[in-house]
Design a binder for this molecule. Structure first.
Ligand SMILES: Nc1ncnc2c1ncn2[C@@H]1O[C@H](COP(=O)(O)OP(=O)(O)O)[C@@H](O)[C@H]1O
Ligand SMILES: [Mg+2]
Length: 273
C-alpha cells in the first residue's frame, strides 16, 4: 500500500466527514500534478505583453493556447519556462516550473530556430537526450534506442543522415517533435507547430500529441488558427494579452469569448463535437 492509499484507508474509517476528507486528499493529489499559473505577467520595456494570467494546465489533456497575432501566446510559454522575465508564479508539483526544466520539452516557433546549424537529423534528436544523460552518456545504448524509436514514430528514420537544413518545413517540424519525444519529458510545449507544414505532417503531429496526452503528459500547444483542427484540443486557453477564458473546449468556444479575443476578425470554424 502506498502512503497515499494508507492515508485514504485510515481517513475512510473515521466516523464523521470521512468521505469529505478522502475527496479533499484526492483532489489535492490531482491538482499537485497540474501546472498552476498565478498572476503571470510580462512587460517588454514599457509594453505589457501579458497581463495577470491565472489558469491551470492539466495532464492527460491536449491544451491549446489560442489568440490573435501579438496576443502574448509565445510570451506566455516563455514566461512559464522562465525564458523571459515575468511577474507571478507558475507551479508544477508544488515547485516553480522554471526550476524543473529537465521535465520539460519545448519546441519554439520555427522562425526562432537556426536552420543553417550544421547538424544531421540524428544529431538534432540526440540533443534531446542531453538533459537526461549529460554529454558523456550521450551515446549510450538506451539513448540510441530512444532516438531511433522517436524517429520511427514521426516517420523520419530514413532521413537520419540528412542535414537538418535540407528538409522541408513539415519534415523539420517532425524532427523537432522526435527530439521532444526523445527527452522523455512530463511536460511538452510546442509553439505554432502547424505553421507552414503539409497535411500529412499535421496528422502525424496531432496523433503524437494525443498519444502523449493519453499517456498522462501535459501537452501545451500554441496555435492561432481557428480552423477545423481546433476540435483536436480538449482544453483551451484563450488570450488577448489578458486571459479571455480557459477550460474545456466547449466552455471556452463561445461567441462572446471569441469576440473578446479576436474582435471583429472572427474566422469561421466548425465544432462538430
Ligand atoms: N522580445 C520582445 N521585445 C519587445 N516586444 C516583444 C518581444 N517579443 C514579443 N513582443 C511583443 O509582445 C506582444 C506579444 O508577442 P507574442 O508573445 O510573440 O505574441 P503571439 O505569440 O501571440 O503572436 C507583441 O505585441 C509583440 O510585438
Ligand atoms: Mg507567437
Amino acid at each position: 500500500m502506498s502512503p497515499l492509499e494508507k492515508l485514504i484507508a485510515n481517513t475512510a474509517r473515521l466516523p464523521e466527514h470521512g468521505n469529505l476528507r478522502v475527496e479533499r486528499i484526492l483532489s489535492a493529489q490531482k491538482e499537485y500534478d497540474w501546472i498552476q499559473i498565478s498572476h503571470l505577467g510580462v512587460y517588454y520595456r514599457t509594453q505589457e505583453a501579458l497581463s495577470d494570467i491565472n489558469c491551470m494546465v492539466k495532464p492527460g489533456k491536449l491544451t491549446g493556447i489560442f489568440g490573435p497575432n501579438g496576443a502574448g501566446k509565445s510570451t506566455m510559454l516563455k514566461a512559464m519556462l522562465g525564458l523571459v522575465p515575468s511577474n507571478g508564479v507558475v507551479l508544477y508539483q508544488g515547485e516553480l516550473l522554471r526550476k524543473q526544466l529537465e521535465k520539460v520539452a519545448y519546441v519554439p516557433q520555427r522562425s526562432q530556430i537556426d536552420w543553417t546549424y550544421p547538424a544531421t537529423v540524428w544529431d538534432v534528436v540526440m540533443m534531446g537526450r542531453v538533459k537526461k544523460t549529460g554529454w558523456l552518456r550521450n551515446f549510450s545504448t538506451v539513448s540510441r534506442r530512444v532516438v531511433k524509436n522517436a524517429l520511427v514514430r514521426v516517420g523520419m528514420i530514413d532521413y537520419r543522415h540528412r542535414p537538418i537544413g535540407q528538409l522541408s518545413g513539415g519534415q523539420q517540424q517532425r524532427v523537432f517533435l522526435a527530439r521532444a519525444l526523445a527527452q522523455e519529458a512530463e511536460i511538452f510545449c510546442f509553439d505554432e507547430p502547424f505553421v507552414g507544414i503539409d497535411q500529412k505532417t499535421q496528422g502525424v503531429i496531432f496523433q503524437v500529441f494525443q498519444e502523449l496526452a493519453a499517456a498522462g503528459k501535459i501537452v501545451l500547444v500554441v496555435n492561432h488558427d481557428l480552423g477545423e483542427s481546433i476540435t483536436h484540443f480538449d482544453d483551451l486557453i484563450l488570450l488577448n494579452c489578458e486571459l479571455v477564458a480557459a477550460g474545456s473546449r466547449s466552455n471556452v468556444l463561445t461567441e462572446d469569448n471569441l469576440y473578446h479575443a479576436y474582435g471583429g476578425k472572427v474566422i469561421f470554424f466548425s465544432d462538430a463535437a
